[in-house]
Design a protein around this ligand. Structure first.
Ligand code: ADP
Ligand code: MG
Length: 691
């Protein structure tokens, strides 16, 4: 078995009970593999002792071998006594202040040798240490005589506990894993001449004998992960590039032209170019695999609808998968409004459809009486059968991949696939991550849009913001108010959506209609609230970040985000994109509190300075590192276990090339030398999809 197949739950590891399982789960460690790949953030060298004099000269904790002289107790101001252990080495004496650790009196016996690890400094005329680890020399402990890993912690987790359970996991699992990469693959990646085994790399990552070993180990494991990531995308691509999957045939464009001509506006040049790209792809003999990226409101959805018209006229069906039911509904409403007049029969498959109504819909779909089906991932379940599906549109997520394609292929389908995303992918990453997709970028916004004016306000000055919003409401416009929390649970002194809905309704905008949506509002109610906000019956919509993607109410001109410092950059950008969707002037108000972290401050400044989604994405990458670029993170696409793209971009690019070569030579990865990587890939793909 390879490392990547270690999907047993952590609770199988000795010493991990239910409480610890929960604590580990809260930082994303669920499986044995997650635990083994929880990389130390640094290491303490407790291996080679130095003298107290040397220790004094360095600014970091040091490791010394000392002899205990005697114990003293010193009085504290509160009358509590503190144990003070006097110890020395050849040249120097030191006072070890054992605050609250009286038990050390039994451990540090006079005249015995002890191992010490801590920071020493000169205070009150003597050499002192106040926080340190000690143990009698000669005892066999995990703490000394080695290089000790220092892990990222959260909640109740402690270094000691993590060190112990990770050691158990290495012992129980890692020591037995097979290498993921065959010698041939290692050679082509350049892990030569003395490659360590995967098992050894895991052990070195946590317990290196010398620090450079840990670096080598991390690199091997990161390489494995990135190679799997790239293999996954290239296998995926290869599986759609079925030679001669169909005849090249120019799709008719009459219906699409009529649709475009009937729009109350003209398409932007970028929209037209995107439509051309798609038409060309869909008319060729190779199924399309295209990503259309463009800022919120740039008109991607419309582009996809025009593509549906091509398919309809050629006699094919299309399906659109949205990330949430709210968005699916909205797309379905728009599709009905724009496409039905041209004879395109649309339908929404939603969770509320039950029994005979659902049956009827599925029958109509199978009979080809529905041209365009819209829904969430439920549109790909086994019960949903199409007559002639030819176009799959995926809105706002890259998760659609191997599993869904497999389902479709089992139904004998190799459709054209169109991904749409408003998460601007930084140039530095796009090529490597989406090398398997053709990319079209919509950069220009529809004509006549005024840039959104962004105002910053310190918490405490929000009355000004409320007054500005009030003026907009009085002019017949609508506003969003977004909060980081659903309700005030917990001790954080944050405003929350539920309480603020009440306040805005009663005190701040009395007489106005105020609605509330968040993740815990039932779907049907959410849909009803959204619908009445869309119709203009509600003036104010209070929400959490659920309104982040896709919601489209052109009459809304104000976006107020309170505790803006709590949101990530791309979330802020997405939220701001909810306004400015018509020709009227729109405003975004970012209300921030004093408890700004440096990163929080930078984010708000970036939002103030620019509205270019690509620039914001680059900044996001710079401030937080790519693993955290929201949107990609949400999509599950970039949840990397050990690789870190802010350091490993070059490695990623190298892996992309290798993956391409491997897959080009052997698209099914069927040759025996690939058997382990095939298994690893299977496991890797499975966990990614189930995230
Ligand atoms: P996206 O999916 O990129 O967020 P949409 O396709 O939903 O954008 O478009 C946002 C809004 O702009 C919709 O109301 C849409 O009808 C409108 N729109 C799209 N293209 C244009 C255009 N060329 N000119 C004016 N308005 C447009
Ligand atoms: Mg959209």
């Amino acid at each position: 078995m390879t490392l990547w197949e270690l999907s047993d739950p952590c609770s199988r590891v000795r010493g991990i009970g239910s409480q610890l399982t929960a604590d580990l789960g809260s930082i994303g460690i669920h499986t044995v593999r997650d635990l083994l790949l929880h990389a130390p953030r640094s290491y303490e060298d407790r291996n080679t002792p130095v003298s107290l004099l040397e220790a004094l000269q360095q600014d970091v904790p040091a490791n010394c071998l000392l002899t205990v002289l005697r114990h003293e107790y010193i009085g504290g101001r509160s009358g509590r006594r503190t144990l003070k252990v006097l110890a020395h080495d050849e040249q120097t004496s030191v006072s070890l202040l054992c605050f609250g650790r009286d038990f050390l009196a039994n451990v540090l016996r006079p005249q015995t040798q002890i191992r010490f690890f801590g920071k020493v400094s000169v205070r009150y005329g003597e050499v002192q240490a106040g926080s340190f680890d000690v143990e009698p020399a000669g005892t066999d402990s995990r703490g000394f005589g080695r290089i000790v890993p220092v892990y990222p912690l959260a909640g109740r987790l402690t270094q000691g506990v993590l060190r112990k359970v990770i050691a158990e996991a290495i012992h129980g699992y890692a020591d037995h894993v097979e290498d993921t990469l065959s010698p041939e693959l290692r050679k082509s990646i350049g892990i030569t001449p003395s490659p360590v085994s995967t098992a050894r790399a895991i052990s070195d990552l946590h317990n290196p004998r010398r620090i450079p070993e840990a670096r080598t180990a991390r690199e091997l494991l990161a390489t494995e992960e990135l190679l799997l990531l790239q293999l996954r995308t290239h296998v995926d691509r290869a599986s759609t590039r079925v030679a001669g999957a169909r005849e090249a045939r120019d799709l008719p464009r009459g219906l699409a032209s009529k649709l475009v001509a009937a729009l109350p506006f003209r398409l932007t040049a970028d929209q037209t170019a995107a439509i051309e790209d798609i038409w060309r792809d869909c008319s060729s003999d190779t199924p399309m695999n295209r990503l259309v990226q463009g800022d919120v409101g740039s008109g991607k959805t419309l582009v996809s609808f025009v593509s549906v018209a091509f398919q309809k006229e050629a006699g094919f069906q299309s399906v659109l998968m949205a990330p949430t039911e709210l968005l699916a509904r909205q797309h379905a409403d728009n599709a009905a409004r724009l496409l039905e007049p041209f004879g395109v029969r649309t339908a929404l498959l939603h969770g509320g459809l039950k029994g005979s109504i659902r049956e009827a819909l599925l029958r109509a779909l199978a009979a080809g009486e529905i041209d365009f089906l819209i829904g969430t991932h439920a549109v790909f379940t086994a019960a949903v059968a199409f007559r002639k599906l030819r176009l799959v549109i995926i809105d706002e997520q890259q998760r659609f991949g191997v599993a869904e394609r497999t389902t479709l292929r089992q139904k004998g389908l190799v459709p054209d696939t169109l991904f749409m995303t408003a998460t601007p992918i930084p140039r530095t990453l796009a090529l490597s991550l989406f090398g398997h997709l053709s990319v079209t970028t919509i950069r220009t916004m529809p004509a006549g849009r005024k840039p959104i004016i962004t105002h910053l306000a310190r918490l405490g000055n929000e009355q000004k913001v409320y007054r500005a919003v009030d003026a907009e409401l009085a002019a017949g416009r609508q506003a969003y108010f977004v909060y980081p929390l659903v309700d005030g649970s917990g001790s954080l002194s944050l405003k929350d959506a539920t309480a603020m809905k009440e306040r805005l309704e009663r005190e701040i905008f009395p007489g106005r209609g105020v609605g509330l949506v968040h993740s815990r509002v039932p779907e049907a109610q959410k849909a009803a609230t959204m619908a009445s906000f869309t119709r203009g019956e509600l003036d104010v919509l209070v929400a959490t970040s659920v309104v982040e993607v896709g919601v489209d109410v052109p009459n809304a001109s104000c976006m107020v985000i309170e505790h803006a410092e709590r949101f990530g950059l791309s979330a802020l950008h997405q939220l701001r994109g909810r306004v400015g969707r018509s020709s009227m002037q729109s405003y975004c108000f970012l209300v921030y509190s004093d408890e700004l972290t440096e990163a929080g401050k930078q984010r708000i400044q970036v939002m103030h300075r620019t509205s270019d989604g690509f620039e914001i994405a680059e900044e996001d990458l710079r401030i937080r590192g790519p693993g955290n670029v929201t949107g990609m993170e949400q999509s599950g696409y970039l949840k990397l276990a050990i690789a870190d793209l802010s350091h490993d971009i070059e490695l990623l690019q190298r892996c992309a090339l290798i993956a391409q070569n491997v897959v080009d030579d052997d698209p099914g990865l069927l040759s025996p030398e690939h058997s382990r990587i095939r298994d690893a890939l299977k496991a890797y793909t499975r966990t990614r999809l189930s995230e």
